[in-house]
Design a protein around this ligand. Structure first.
Ligand SMILES: CC(C)(COP(=O)(O)OP(=O)(O)OC[C@H]1O[C@@H](n2cnc3c(N)ncnc32)[C@H](O)[C@@H]1OP(=O)(O)O)[C@@H](O)C(=O)NCCC(=O)NCCS
Length: 280
């Protein structure tokens, strides 16, 4: 087995091994090449910090890492680990990390974060063997937004990125890597940034990606919570973009977000565990 940086491979080669490794994934993951490229883009994946495992000239395993500076800390994100079915069960995921960790520690990054489905035992075992530990649980919801009565004085309208960034600080929980501002900025052309105004005050905001029926973030200023502003935003989305929606990786400790989803008949359908490994 040869371990090597992923920089030397074409997107088609990287896509082919990703597709093969995720062919039997618990949640259907048959991405198109374009969706795969988008995953690399929104995750800030750096192929130089990612690794491939080559056997008999064929790429059979990989670890994709995204890299960002977050509040002065250099953080890595595991955007995908995969081993093709024929090479599984030989501890390859652990071997890839054993090879890569000294290199990543030298690179000045402080930690690696990742998300894994709570029922993906093979992956959880591999990550625990590497040393990753659970940091929080994340829930994904989906369904048809139910019709609910919203605050009649709330006006919803598109807002600028700078207004959205100010409003995004109202959130009470940290978004997951792929739902943060840094990721959203890569796909600004395809998302809608919406503001909720009450008495001409920006009291809440949300960002949706209509092409994927995906609500990416929603938040309400603490002073305005409990007065139907989030409901007004969801009703606006229902009326203007359609009822079907999903929202991924909501911090399970947020009772307010859970309550909002349940109120609108959006059901939790996947649970993920966020894990971290310190590189210090
Ligand atoms: C998760 C994954 C990367 C682990 O790779 P791996 O190198 O084969 O893992 P290991 O050899 O260390 O085995 C870990 C566990 O996988 C399971 N496993 C073993 N052989 C297996 C096989 N042939 N097929 C499937 N799972 C197997 C076992 O539960 C094993 O634990 P054990 O050693 O205590 O029996 C690989 O299963 C995979 O690519 N899965 C699909 C993609 C995925 O889920 N990625 C993670 C997303 S977060």
């Amino acid at each position: 087995m040869i371990f090597t940086s992923l920089e030397q491979f074409s997107v088609d080669e990287l896509y082919a091994v990703f597709d093969a490794a995720f062919s039997d994934y618990a949640v259907p993951m048959h991405l198109t090449v374009e969706q795969y490229e988008r995953l690399l883009l929104t995750g800030d994946v750096d192929l130089g910090l990612s690794l491939g495992a080559v056997q008999d000239g064929r790429l059979v395993g990989f670890i994709l890492h995204g890299a960002r500076a977050i509040s002065g800390e250099r953080v890595l994100y595991n955007a995908g680990t995969g081993v093709v079915p024929s090479a599984r069960g030989a501890g390859l995921a652990l071997s890839m990390y054993k090879y890569l960790l000294p290199i990543l520690s030298e690179s000045g990054h402080s930690k690696i974060v990742l998300e894994v489905l709570t029922n993906n035992d093979p992956a959880i075992k591999s990550y625990q063997r590497v040393g990753f530990r659970q940091s929080r649980f994340l829930r994904c919801y989906r369904g048809e937004i139910a019709a609910r009565e919203a605050h009649s004085g709330v006006r919803i309208s598109p807002i600028s990125l700078s207004k959205f960034e100010r409003c995004a600080s109202y959130g009470e929980v940290k978004p997951s890597w792929q739902n943060t501002m840094a990721s959203i900025k890569h796909i600004l052309a395809s998302v809608k940034l919406l503001g909720a105004y009450l008495d001409n005050q920006l009291s809440g905001c949300c960002v949706i990606d209509p092409s994927r029926d995906r609500l990416i973030q929603i938040m309400v200023h603490p002073d305005y919570r409990g007065s139907g502003i989030a409901t007004a935003m969801l009703q606006y989305i229902r009326d203007h973009y359609g009822k079907d929606i999903s929202i991924t990786n909501v911090d399970s400790r947020s009772e307010a977000l859970h309550g909002l989803m349940i109120l609108h008949d959006l059901e939790p359908f996947i649970e993920q565990m966020e894990m971290e490994l310190s590189l210090k």
